[in-house]
Design a protein around this ligand. Structure first.
Ligand code: ZN
Length: 448
């Protein structure tokens, strides 16, 4: 009887429950991940929060935004010494034009950027990790009132600084930009400036990992305390889409396969591969209700961009003036942060970024043959333009599944699988010689 019951259980349970997951860590990336330090992160956050205000329009050279920006620049320059001349840093000044809303007149502003130049001259890809320097209190127009912004977005800024520290000494094929934006709270001004510049200059920005509010692990109202999960927001219907892209999306039912969603899946897979006791949740939204983030400035220009954020938010400590009311301490103060949690989110960024920056380019002209009525699926593609590959993974998942479920390795540039193209989604990623995977490419239909 017992045996029969067990057989029945095995028969009805999903096969994935019994499948093993193989975790293969590149020792070099694992080493870098282990160097991400909660103490360093705490130190950056406390320093950032110690400036009176990092409001975009704050002009206090001694204790305000300009001083905070010099602090970040100095950090970048200090780390750059480890890079053998490959890392450079700058405060990039620009003007935010008056917008009749939060910017009443043309205003000077600046992003702080470190660039770690790629070692392969043939690799023009740029990967961006970002956070926003600027903070605010309740009144978004108040440029001088106290606004520590420890978590929003001292946390994202700290992650950017910490990754610059750990990665400065390492060589990557692609270029990495470490960016701390200004003007996020005024309408994504700093990110828009850089995204527009990138588009104008034809930069090959292959992925943007934007970090905004990543250092708190408990929720207001629902009182959840949990440092085991983070969120990655990715757009469903791309903010930038041509008529032709839209028609193809409808035809292939690719609503769940935007480039940003592929990046989000990549971050989940690689992040969970390297960071223990941590789950990356895919959120099928470009951002939260009532809130936005700098990733959107890039998405609007057609770049692949996601937002990393904490799982449980505490609204007593966002955009609130520092005060005690009815016994509750409000304000975005470092004492409410969880620096071990911030370490994990930063480590997910580091693992993903390191893997991406040493991956080969994505396979080109990825297609699925839809010309015939067949119960097989035929995928075909061309070698990437960048880097050497040892092969490719063809990824497969049920149409109702959020994550890729199987990876078929091949050294060819085509693969025929005995699974119906009608019943699964597929994608292809390249595998570099040292094993790093590229982002997955969803195939376009080969229909004639
Ligand atoms: Zn923010």
């Amino acid at each position: 009887m017992y045996k029969k019951l067990l057989t029945l259980l095995l028969a009805v349970a999903s096969p994935s429950l019994f499948a093993q997951t193989i975790t293969q860590r590149n020792p070099e990336i694992a080493q870098l991940v282990s160097e991400v330090s909660s103490d360093s992160l705490e130190n950056y956050v406390r320093t950032l929060a110690s400036f009176t205000s990092r409001h975009t329009l704050n002009r206090d050279e001694k204790n305000g935004m300009p001083a905070a920006q010099r602090y970040v620049l100095n950090k970048f320059n200090e780390f750059a010494k480890q890079s053998g001349g490959r890392m450079t840093a700058e405060i990039e000044n620009f003007t935010i034009p008056a917008d009749g809303r939060r910017i009443t007149e043309d205003s000077p502003a600046a992003n702080v950027i470190a660039t770690l130049k790629g070692t392969n001259p043939a690799d023009d890809r740029i990967f961006v990790i970002s956070g926003h320097m600027d903070s605010r209190n309740k009144n978004v127009m108040d440029a001088d009132g106290i606004a520590p912004g420890a978590n929003d977005d001292g946390s994202g800024t700290a992650a950017v600084i910490e990754l610059a520290r750990v990665l400065a000494k390492k060589e990557f094929s692609a270029t990495i930009l470490f960016v701390t934006f200004t003007g996020e709270e005024e309408g994504l001004k700093g990110a828009t400036y850089l995204a527009d510049k990138a588009k104008e200059m034809g930069w090959n920005i292959a992925g943007v990992l934007n970090n905004d509010i990543i250092g708190n692990s408990n929720s207001s109202e629902t009182l959840i305390s949990d440092n085991l999960k983070m969120r990655v927001f990715s757009e469903t219907i791309p903010a930038f889409e041509t008529e032709q892209m839209s028609r193809q999306r409808a035809y292939t039912n690719a609503e769940n396969d935007s480039k940003s969603r592929q990046l989000a899946r990549y971050i989940k897979e690689v992040g969970e591969r390297y960071v223990d006791q941590f789950e990356v949740k895919l959120i099928y939204r470009s951002d939260r209700f009532l809130r936005g983030g700098d990733q959107t400035a890039f998405a609007r220009n057609g770049f692949t961009a996601v937002r990393m954020s904490e799982m449980n938010e505490n609204f007593y400590h966002q955009h609130e003036n520092v005060r005690v009311e009815n016994g509750i301490q409000y304000g975005d103060l470092p004492e409410f942060m969880d620096f071990e949690y911030l370490r994990k989110v930063s480590a997910v960024n580091l693992a993903s970024l390191s893997s991406l920056a040493n991956s080969a380019g994505v396979p080109e002209e990825v297609q699925i043959d839809v010309r015939g009525l067949t119960n097989k699926s035929i995928l075909l593609w061309k070698a990437p333009k960048i880097g050497k590959v040892k092969g490719y993974y063809v990824l497969m998942r049920e149409t109702s599944s959020p994550m890729w479920e199987r990876k078929f390795f091949t050294t060819e540039a085509t693969l025929t699988l005995p699974y119906s193209k009608d019943n699964y989604f597929f994608a292809v990623q390249s595998v570099a010689e040292d094993g790093e995977e590229s982002m997955a490419v969803f195939p376009s239909p080969l229909s004639r």
